[in-house]
Each structure stands twice: as structure tokens, then as C-alpha cells.
Design a protein. Structure first.
Length: 79
């Protein structure tokens, strides 16, 4: 990944991709990530950071729900 993180969420997609959502940099709750990174197992290109507005958070759930969408649920955003 482009960023070291912990307490992040990951989801496989279409048996080809892995998406990584949010997480912490270190243990500081004020440093929650709001980034999404993508890895393509077919091309094995470097991780790509997607330009999508995600609320910062940790420990979310994620699941592919159809051939176009991933649902994120739950988690903690510091509040």
C-alpha cells in the first residue's frame, strides 16, 4: 500500500481487486485516514489511491454486493 495503516478495512472485488478503506496512521485517533487504495492482482501495478470522498474512519465492515458496488458499514470515526 502507499500508506502504512492499521485498523483499516479491506474488501476483495470480482476475484481481481482489493480495496483498502480508512484506518489509522500509528495509534493516534486524530490521524484517521480518509483514503481508498486499490490493488489489481491481474496487472500487479502499484497501489492506486482513488479520488473518492470518504469520511475518515476505522474498523468498518465492507462487502461486495453486486458487480459494481461495495457497501461500507459500521466503524468508528472518533465521535
Amino acid at each position: 500500500m502507499n500508506y502504512k495503516r492499521n485498523r483499516h478495512t479491506a474488501c476483495s472485488f470480482s476475484e481481481r481487486y482489493v480495496y483498502v478503506f480508512g484506518g489509522l496512521i500509528g495509534e493516534d485517533l486524530s490521524k484517521m485516514e480518509n483514503t481508498i487504495e486499490l490493488f489489481d492482482f491481474k496487472t500487479k501495478a502499484p497501489w492506486i489511491e482513488l479520488n473518492i470522498n470518504l469520511s475518515p474512519g476505522i474498523m468498518m465492515g465492507a462487502a461486495q454486493i453486486n458487480n459494481r458496488e461495495i457497501i461500507l458499514f459500521g466503524g468508528f470515526n472518533g465521535k
